[in-house]
Design a binder for this molecule. Structure first.
Ligand SMILES: *[C@@H]1O[C@H](CO)[C@@H](O)[C@H](O)[C@H]1NC(C)=O
Ligand SMILES: *[C@@H]1O[C@H](CO)[C@@H](O)[C@H](O)[C@H]1NC(C)=O
Length: 280
């Protein structure tokens, strides 16, 4: 009996060891899939069908997606796309993320109004509100032909901040959704982070990307979401818990002297060439 148990363990150990990398590579596949949507927001919607203009749009994920709503305001750009069985709400980032972060002095404003104590970055909120997407999304989700579809909010950079705000508003309105952010700045205070952490979501951070470290914690900004730290390895970091702590073994371990903007442009599914990023 005892010997049989030992044999079982000896068989199980290699199987478990084999399964761990598979689980991580499935996560990477999913992040690349969602990252392509975040990357596609940087392209002109008219160019999506033109292989010479838009490389990422030639991927089957994007080709299979029907655009339902697009918006292009002064501060915000993005789309709602339908790719059965998912509805993807993607927000574009900005080349001027460092300007937005430094010029705005990290001023916070009360939002959402129904949540006591919750405060968010005024500039990020202005960009999000400029998109006016909730009515469009509600219309889609009320349509019987999309019953049971899963809403995904995605975004990179400033787009990640807007996706987080949209997710908060949608969830508060009783909706269901999955949020995934790439290179997100901190969006609000502890109460806001606790609100969006009600349901766990992935906050992807690449190497020494500076943006996820801003605005600073001493300005009362708190990161939300469970970090996935992408480097030579992909690390699924600890869940943030009630205090919304950052896992000290993940991007929080990187010295501020190493923080940089180059690492902000390269995420799973997202390869924003630096010249291209800056010319927009
Ligand atoms: C917010 O706080 C006020 C005063 O403390 C209280 O009356 C109200 O019910 C609270 N609202 C929520 C949504 O918790
Ligand atoms: C978007 O979806 C809604 C709900 O199905 C529909 O009423 C609307 O016509 C769609 N818009 C476009 C541009 O396809």
């Amino acid at each position: 009996m005892y010997r049989r148990f030992i044999i079982l363990i000896l068989i199980l150990i290699p199987i478990v060891l084999l399964l761990i990398p598979i689980a991580v590579s499935e996560l990477v596949d999913e992040l690349e899939h969602l990252g392509r949507y975040a990357a596609a927001t940087y392209e002109r919607f008219e160019d999506w069908t033109d292989p010479n203009q838009c490389t990422v749009c030639q991927h089957p994920d994007i080709r299979a997606t029907t655009l339902n709503t697009t918006w292009a305001g002064l501060l915000t750009r993005g789309f709602i796309g339908i790719n059965q069985p998912n509805v993807i709400v993607a927000f574009r980032g900005t080349t001027h993320i460092m300007d937005v972060l430094t010029n705005s002095h990290a001023v916070q404003t009360r939002w959402p109004p129904s949540v006591n104590g919750s405060m968010v970055h005024e500039g990020f909120l202005a960009a999000y509100l400029d998109a006016h997407i909730m009515d469009h999304l509600s219309l889609i989700m009320a349509d019987p032909q999309f019953r049971g579809y899963q809403v995904h909010f995605v975004g990179h950079s400033l787009g990640a901040a807007q996706a987080t705000l949209a997710y908060a508003e949608w969830m508060l309105g009783g909706g269901d959704a999955v949020l995934t952010t790439f290179g997100s700045p901190r969006v609000g205070n502890l109460e806001f982070a606790q609100l969006v952490n009600t349901r766990e979501f992935w906050r992807v951070v690449n190497r020494a990307d500076i943006v996820p470290h801003l605005p600073m914690k001493l300005m009362a900004y708190v990161s939300a979401g469970r970090e996935v730290w992408v480097g030579d390895d992909v690390v699924e970091c600890e869940s943030p818990g009630e205090e919304c702590n950052e896992d000290p073994r993940c991007s929080a371990s990187v010295s501020p002297f190493l923080w940089n903007l180059v690492d902000h442009m390269v995420y799973p599914g997202i390869r924003l060439g630096i010249p291209k990023y800056f010319e927009q």
